[in-house]
Design a protein around this ligand. Structure first.
Ligand SMILES: [Zn+2]
Length: 124
């Protein structure tokens, strides 16, 4: 499984996370899944998102049924690049992207599948 994202989207995500630091961000990923290839086309603000000092959450049941939402992206101001147990229990979509402080470049980003396994992220 490979996830593709454009430089522009990646840069704007990192800039947004830096801007919101020390707060956590949570956004939805819109795109398409083509077999083992996943393309991220757009970043959406999640409805009913609560963004606080140490958490960012939303109620997935409040989200519209939308098959173009392929997952979520959230930040870890702590700098930890792996998902927490809570993250894994609240997976939405097929992928979960985590941005870790200092949100500098692709090395501060990791993507996981439904099983919590890290998957490849490629810039296109
Ligand atoms: Zn997390």
């Amino acid at each position: 499984m490979v996830v593709y994202i454009s430089t522009e989207l990646l840069e704007s995500l990192l800039a947004y996370a830096r801007d919101r630091y020390p707060h956590e961000i949570l956004l939805l990923l819109r795109g398409s899944v083509n077999g083992e290839e996943i393309y991220i086309d757009e970043i959406l603000v999640a409805p009913f998102t609560i963004q606080g000092e140490n958490f960012a959450s939303f109620n997935p049941y409040m989200l519209p049924i939308d098959s173009t939402i392929i997952g979520t992206v959230h930040s870890h101001p702590s700098g930890v690049l792996s998902p927490s147990i809570e993250d894994l229990n609240h997976m939405y979509g097929v992928i979960m992207m985590i941005l870790a402080y200092p949100y500098r470049d692709i090395n501060n980003i990791s993507v996981f599948n439904k099983d919590g396994e890290r998957i490849l992220l490629e810039i296109v």
